[in-house]
Design a protein around this ligand. Structure first.
Ligand SMILES: [Zn+2]
Length: 588
C-alpha cells in the first residue's frame, strides 16, 4: 500500500508507553508495563503494554493492538481520525490522501472554524469599540483588560442582524453561519443573530480555534446564559471552557479545578486559580474526565451548596469511577458562588473551601446518609446499598479496605457487615470475586517470575527437579515443559503464561505489580518460595500416605497397614535427606 510508510512513521513517532501513559496509570511489570484495563471492569491489572513490541494487550478481555488501535478504541475514533490525531501529536504533517468523506468533513470543519473566527473578531471589536454597558458589566465582575484579552471576551449588540451583515460582507454562506449556530434560520428563509445584547465568551480548544460561544445576557432575556448549539466542531459533552488557557498551569500544579460556568472560571482565573476549567451547560461526562486526565489526574470539583450542586456532585461519581483519577469535591457555602465568596472572604475564603474538599466517595457517603434521613437500621442499610457500587468499582484492594472502614464508621455498622454487603451485591451482578489464590500459587508464580528475570537460575531448578515440588496444575505443566529443555526458553514461558484465557499471565502480572517487583531481595524470596513449595509437596505426600494408612485400618487389612506405615516412615526419612534448596547468585 502506498501509504504504508506514512502509517509506520506515525506509529514510530508515538511511543505506545508514553501515549498510553498519558491516560492510564502504567506500572512496570518486568520488561513490560501493566495497568487496569480501560475497556473492561477489573480490579487487578491484566492490561499490558510492551515497550519492545510496541503493542498493548489485555489478558482480561482480549483487546489489543498497536498505538493506533489504542487511540481508536480509547477515543472512539475511526482509523483515519486516530492516525490524524497521532500524526498531529507527533508533529507529522498529514500526508495520507484523505478519503472523499474525510476531505469534505475536514473542509467543513475548517469553514465552521473560519465562521467562528470572523464572529470572534466582530464580538471582540464591538466590546473594545466601547459598548458602555458591556464594559461596565465586565468591570463590575472584576474583569480587568488583561483578563478580557486573555479570554477573548466580546459583545454581541442587540440588533438582529449585526453578525448577519458581517457575514454578508465576508461572503459567508448563510447555511454555514446557521450550522455554526451563530445565526438562527427563519421560517421561509433568511435568519437572525443568535447572540444579542450579550457578553460573549469564545469557547476554544487547546491549540485550536474557536469552536463555539457562550453569552451572558445584559438585557432582560430570561435565558441568562446561552451557548452555541452542538455542531461538527462543538460537542458539549467533550469540551471544557478555559482548557486552552489553563493547560500549562494544570500541568504545573498537577491539579485541575472544575466549575460549572464560564463566568466562575474566569473569576477564579482572575484570583490566581489559573488551573480552572468549566463544563458548558452540562454535567461532567466521562469524556471530560478523560480529556482532563491527560493533563492531571488530580481533579477537584467545585459545586454550589444548593441541592442541585449536591446532586451534580453525586452524579460525578458515575463518570469518574474507574478512570484512575483522584477526585475531591469542594462545596461552596450555601448561597455563595465563587464570585460572591471571593468578594466577601477573599482568596482565603475560597482556598479554605478547597482545603475542606472531601474525597468523592466520602462526600457521597455523607450526602447519601444525610438524604436517608432516619438513623434506624433500615434507612442506614438503604443508604448503604446506594453507596456500595462505589466501593465495588474501586479497583485497588487498599482503596477498597479504606472504603469499607470509612463506610462502616459513617453508617455505624460493623466492617464485616459492610464487606459482606459489598461482596453480596457483586455476586448478584456476576462480577468476579476477588481471587483468593492459595499461597502455593503465589510461590509457584514467584519461581516462574524469578526464572524469567534470572535465566541463570534455570540449571539450579533443573538439578533439583523443582517441577516435582509444584502442585498439579498449569504452572507445574509449564515448569515441567521448561525444565525438560536443554536451555531456558523465554518463548515457552510466554506461550505457557498466555495459553488459554491468559489467566496465568494476568495473575502473574498482578503479583509482579503488587508484590514481586517490590521485593528488596528477590534472591532470598526465590529461596523462600522454593522451600515453601517443597514443604507443601512433602505435606501433600504425607497426607496422602496417612490417608492410605487410615483406609487400610478402616478395611481391617493388617498387612496393608504395615506396608503403608513403612512407606510413611521412609517418606519421613527421605524428606530429611533431601538436599537443601539454596540458590546463590554467582557473581560474574
Ligand atoms: Zn480488558
Amino acid at each position: 500500500m502506498s501509504d504504508r510508510g506514512y502509517i509506520d512513521r506515525v506509529r514510530e513517532a508515538n511511543d505506545i508507553v508514553e501515549y498510553i501513559g498519558e491516560v492510564l496509570k502504567l506500572r512496570r511489570a518486568g520488561g513490560d508495563y501493566a495497568a487496569l484495563c480501560p475497556f473492561h471492569d477489573e480490579k487487578t491489572p491484566s492490561f499490558t503494554v510492551s515497550p519492545r513490541k510496541q503493542i498493548f494487550y489485555c489478558f482480561g478481555c482480549g483487546v489489543g493492538g498497536d498505538v493506533i488501535a489504542f487511540a481508536m478504541r480509547y477515543d472512539n475514533l475511526g482509523f483515519g481520525a486516530a492516525l490524524e490525531a497521532l500524526a498531529k501529536r507527533a508533529g507529522i504533517p498529514p500526508e495520507r490522501p484523505a478519503t472523499g468523506a474525510e476531505q469534505r468533513a475536514a473542509a467543513e470543519r475548517q469553514q465552521l472554524l473560519e465562521v467562528n473566527r470572523l464572529a470572534q473578531e466582530a464580538f471582540a471589536g464591538w466590546l473594545r469599540g466601547g459598548d458602555e454597558k458591556a464594559l461596565k458589566y465586565a468591570r463590575h465582575r472584576g474583569l480587568e483588560d488583561a483578563m478580557i484579552d486573555r479570554f477573548g471576551l466580546g459583545y454581541a449588540p442587540p440588533a438582529w442582524d449585526g453578525l448577519m451583515r458581517r457575514f454578508a460582507t465576508a461572503r459567508v454562506p448563510l447555511a454555514r453561519a446557521i450550522e455554526a449556530g451563530l445565526v438562527v434560520a427563519r421560517q421561509g428563509g433568511g435568519g437572525y443573530d443568535r447572540f444579542r445584547d450579550r457578553l460573549t465568551f469564545p469557547i476554544r480548544e487547546p491549540g485550536g480555534g474557536v469552536v463555539a460561544f457562550g453569552g451572558r445576557t445584559l438585557g432582560d432575556d430570561s435565558a441568562k446564559y446561552l451557548n452555541s448549539p452542538e455542531s461538527l466542531i462543538f460537542k458539549k459533552g467533550e469540551t471544557l471552557f478555559a482548557l486552552d488557557v489553563s493547560q500549562n498551569e494544570i500541568r504545573r500544579r498537577d491539579a485541575v479545578l472544575c466549575v460549572e460556568g464560564y463566568m466562575d472560571a474566569i473569576t477564579l482565573h482572575g484570583h490566581g486559580f489559573g488551573h480552572t476549567v468549566a463544563v458548558l451547560g452540562t454535567a461532567l461526562t466521562r469524556q471530560h474526565v478523560r480529556r482532563l486526565k491527560r493533563y492531571s489526574t488530580n481533579l477537584t470539583l467545585l459545586f454550589d451548596g444548593d441541592a442541585a450542586g449536591l446532586r451534580a456532585a453525586l452524579r460525578a461519581l458515575d463518570v469518574t469511577l474507574n478512570e484512575g483519577v483522584v477526585v475531591t469535591v469542594a462545596i461552596l457555602p450555601k448561597g455563595h458562588d465563587p464570585d460572591s465568596l471571593l468578594k466577601e472572604q477573599g482568596v482565603g475564603g475560597l482556598e479554605g473551601c478547597l482545603v475542606a474538599a472531601l474525597p468523592l466517595f466520602e462526600f457521597a457517603v455523607r450526602e447519601l446518609l444525610a438524604q436517608a434521613g432516619g438513623s434506624d437500621l433500615a434507612s442506614r442499610l438503604k443508604a448503604l446499598r446506594q453507596v456500595l457500587p462505589v466501593g465495588r468499582s474501586l479497583k485497588d484492594a487498599a482503596e477498597q479496605r479504606l472504603f469499607v472502614d470509612h463506610v462502616a464508621a459513617a453508617f455505624d455498622l460493623p466492617a464485616e457487615r459492610v464487606a459482606e454487603e459489598m461482596a453480596g451485591g457483586a455476586e448478584e451482578k456476576g462480577r468476579p470475586q476477588p481471587a483468593t489464590v492459595p499461597a502455593v500459587l503465589e510461590a509457584e508464580l514467584g519461581v516462574l517470575w524469578f526464572l524469567s528475570q534470572h535465566p541463570e537460575s534455570f540449571e539450579f531448578l533443573q538439578t533439583h527437579r523443582v517441577d516435582n515440588d509444584l502442585a498439579p496444575g498449569p504452572v507445574r505443566d509449564l515448569m515441567a515443559d521448561l525444565l525438560a529443555r536443554a536451555a531456558f526458553s523465554r518463548e515457552i514461558l510466554e506461550a505457557g503464561l498466555h495459553a488459554g484465557d491468559g489467566a496465568l499471565a494476568g495473575e502473574l502480572a498482578r503479583r509482579v505489580l503488587t508484590d514481586f517487583a517490590h521485593r528488596p531481595d528477590p534472591g532470598a524470596s526465590f529461596n523462600d518460595w522454593l522451600q515453601a513449595l517443597r514443604r507443601c509437596r512433602l505435606e501433600r505426600e504425607k497426607n496422602d500416605l496417612r490417608e492410605r494408612v487410615r483406609r487400610a485400618e478402616a478395611a481391617g487389612d493388617a498387612p496393608a497397614v504395615r506396608v503403608e506405615l513403612k512407606a510413611l516412615q521412609s517418606h519421613r526419612v527421605a524428606s530429611k535427606d533431601l538436599p537443601p534448596l539454596n540458590w546463590q547468585c554467582k557473581k560474574k
